[in-house]
Design a protein around this ligand. Structure first.
Ligand SMILES: NC(=O)c1ccc[n+]([C@@H]2O[C@H](COP(=O)([O-])OP(=O)(O)OC[C@H]3O[C@@H](n4cnc5c(N)ncnc54)[C@H](O)[C@@H]3O)[C@@H](O)[C@H]2O)c1
Length: 291
């Protein structure tokens, strides 16, 4: 798809970070946007800011971990707003992981998989039949992460597992659509090339009570990109970050190109990915990635 004018873009996790930037960038390209999120105040603030930019912006509360909530979002897009041509299954969280894997709580596992993995499944189930029935050129883009898909960092096993799963899921969907000569192009977005400065470090702000963090859970001490920067500086390391607006431009370019992988890697990540695949192909020792 080259021209986004008047096309409806549905963006989950649209209140903040990458999703928010996507809404502004697509709106600037003439698209109408429907942002969806569990953060109701954030949703309202973002919708207001979009409208102030003369963007035709709609908003709906949606919890991607709940099939009926995503179904209601898809119904709004198709029954009220005339159909969608861009769907970004983008909502995601990080539960603030620390300690040994076997010390993680069921609540941490469940919340992470409910949003990052089941959110993608629920989005596929709600939107793909409608996109297929529409029979027009459309894009369904899942936000994954290089952390899990390409490299496995040892400090976020739950997050990495969800993103590995989401990549496999979306890759299978992409191939199914190609095999059916479907006009729906399925893609994955890997935000980068560096850590993207968003609200993901403080996902606990939208953590549901039923998956509350254990009172004695270890604190990672990282609740913002700045926290991470300070920790890295204390080891004499520099943290480079990417602004989510840059990710939105990369995503738009990726949609126009229409390939499955929408990536932007920095040289260090690229080297790590090559080393990992080299170890897979040769059966040599797994390179141990560090940030
Ligand atoms: N920030 C990074 O460096 C980075 C890197 C790779 C991938 N990602 C991925 O990018 C996507 C966007 O994250 P971000 O970095 O912009 O973080 P963010 O926290 O700024 O935005 C995520 C949004 O998702 C919403 N959300 C959380 N749970 C939800 C639910 N159950 N239903 C609907 N919305 C929900 C949040 O309220 C928030 O508005 C995520 O999938 C994340 O895993 C981020």
């Amino acid at each position: 798809m080259q021209n986004f004018t008047n096309k409806l873009a549905v963006i989950t996790g649209g209140a903040s970070g990458v999703g928010r930037s996507l809404a502004f960038a697509l709106g600037a390209e003439g698209a109408r946007v429907l942002i969806a999120d569990v953060d109701q105040p954030g949703l309202e603030t973002t919708q207001k800011a979009l409208i102030e930019r003369n963007i035709d912006a709609h908003a709906q509360f949606c919890d991607v971990s709940k099939p009926e909530s995503v179904e209601a979002l898809a119904a709004k897009a198709f029954d009220e707003l005339g159909g969608a041509h861009l769907v970004f299954a983008n909502a995601g969280i990080s539960a603030g992981e620390a300690g040994q894997i076997w010390e993680y709580t069921q609540a941490d596992w469940q919340w992470t998989f409910n949003v990052n993995f089941w959110g993608a499944v629920n989005s596929i189930n709600a939107f793909m039949p409608r996109l297929a029935a529409q029979g027009e050129e459309a894009h369904f883009i899942v936000t994954s992460s290089g952390n899990g898909a390409f490299i496995v960092y040892p400090d976020q096993p739950m997050y990495s597992s969800t993103k590995a799963a989401v990549t496999a899921l979306t890759e299978a969907l992409h191939i199914q659509m190609i095999n059916q000569s479907s006009p729906v192009c399925v893609q994955t977005l890997y935000p980068g090339p560096y850590i993207v400065d968003t609200g993901i470090f403080d996902s606990d702000r939208v953590r549901p009570e039923e998956f509350a963090k254990a009172a004695d859970a270890p604190d990672t001490g990282i609740h913002s990109a700045d926290d991470m920067r300070k920790i890295m500086e204390s080891f004499g390391l520099e943290l480079k970050t990417t602004h989510p607006d840059e990710v939105a431009q990369i995503a738009i370019r990726g949609v126009r190109q229409g390939h499955f992988w929408i990536t932007a890697m920095n040289p260090d990540t690229e080297q790590k990915v090559r080393a990992r695949f080299d170890s897979i192909l040769t059966g040599s020792a797994l390179p141990i990635p560090t940030l």
